[in-house]
Design a binder for this molecule. Structure first.
Ligand SMILES: C[S@@+](CC[C@H](N)C(=O)[O-])C[C@H]1O[C@@H](n2cnc3c(N)ncnc32)[C@H](O)[C@@H]1O
Length: 340
């Protein structure tokens, strides 16, 4: 909102009421609208019948989604997905974001309702867990585990091409990804750089999901798994250690400790890579990453965003030499620390 727009009530309302269009899209995902229309375009009557919707409101719900650019309406009155909806909101497509957006609707949306409480107390507001061991609790339920994994992969999948190209992988022969989940990112990296000995380090609870996923994407045997706790257990050695979308989950003391833990495991001449929604002043991602920081505060026991300068300081304190950073796109920064 520019200073000029700020004096116009429409600009204030557009920002303050942005939860309404957000809820339209999230509800479309929740009730299966985009998945249904991907099978076959349909009239309003057919949509109501197929999704069990009431006559009151469906017409304006669909018309509003047309205006927002998620549906198209033909001259004969049939609705179909727009290109954006078809590409990003229908399961099975490469660019699918529904895993992330479903959890956004179910878990983040109610948590954001309690932002005031979070600001007063500093306490998380997600209703899916209660204690300090968020991952341990979520992994006790297959549904919650699948939700978290789906959300993480939707967020990291678009970064894989930039990650394979933004670092000189050819110079190194092994990589260990901390918090590498089901190995989806590392599998993409290993496909692009098959010379790499690639290993995921994540909690033991995910090993079965990792093996099933590697088989499903025909990468079984190409990426290894090492179960453990990256705070408490010794880390296996590799030329490159990497952690993505995971340092943000912790507080500064925990992050410092984690960065320190990596130093002995990185072989001399190697590197430690971090990619996260780092807060970068004057970058066009600045506001979105401040919002993501608050989202982490609502969703995790200790997480929040951090700045590049903080990360560089943790790295230098741990013993790393040169620290550089570059954008991976999608509001994510890759920070690279070299070990002499
Ligand atoms: C937000 S997810 C990111 C997953 C993956 N890097 C991606 O971006 O697709 C964080 C990951 O850290 C893992 N994790 C959390 N605590 C851990 C710990 N103490 N030791 C090892 N892994 C941990 C979780 O199991 C999860 O896979």
């Amino acid at each position: 909102m520019t200073a000029h727009e700020a004096v116009h009530p429409g600009a204030v309302l557009a920002q303050a009421m942005a939860f309404q269009p957000a809820r339209l899209v999230l509800t479309g995902i929740e009730i299966g609208l985009f998945t249904e229309l991907a099978k076959k375009p349909a009239t309003e009557d057919e949509i109501r019948e197929r999704l069990g919707l009431h006559t009151r409101g469906t017409d304006h719900f669909l018309a509003a989604l047309v205006e927002l650019g998620f549906l198209e309406r033909s001259s004969s009155g049939e609705f179909r997905n727009s290109r954006a909806a078809q590409q990003f909101l229908v399961p099975g497509d490469e660019g699918y974001l529904g895993g992330f957006l479903r959890i956004a609707g179910q878990v983040m949306y109610p948590a954001w309702d309690k932002l005031g409480e979070a600001l007063r107390t500093g306490a998380p507001q997600a209703a899916t867990y209660t204690g300090e061991d968020m991952f341990g609790e979520l992994y006790e339920s297959d549904e919650k585990k699948d939700g978290l994994v789906g959300m993480a992969e939707d967020a990291s999948r678009p970064l894989i091409p930039a990650l394979t190209e933004s670092f000189g992988w050819a110079k190194y022969s092994s990589v260990l990804e901390l918090g590498g989940c089901r190995g989806n990112v590392l599998a993409g990296l290993a496909k692009a750089h098959p010379h790499l000995d690639a290993c995921v380090f994540d909690l033991p609870q995910l090993e079965g999901d990792f093996s099933a996923h590697m088989s499903a994407i025909e990468m079984a045997g190409k990426v290894r798994y090492h179960g453990g706790d990256f705070f408490a257990d010794p880390l296996p050695q590799a030329d490159v250690l990497m952690i993505g979308h995971a340092l943000v989950d912790w507080n500064d003391e925990q992050r410092k400790q984690l960065v320190k833990n990596t130093f002995d495991a990185v072989r001399p001449g190697g590197a430690f890579l971090v990619w996260d929604p780092v807060i970068v002043d004057d970058d066009e991602s600045y506001l979105r990453n401040l919002i993501r920081s608050l989202n982490l505060q609502l969703m995790t026991p200790h997480g929040k965003g951090y700045r590049f300068e903080q990360c560089a300081e943790w790295m230098r304190e741990a013993g790393y030499a040169e620290v550089t950073h570059t954008s991976l796109g999608h509001d994510v920064t890759l920070v690279v620390a070299h070990k002499d």
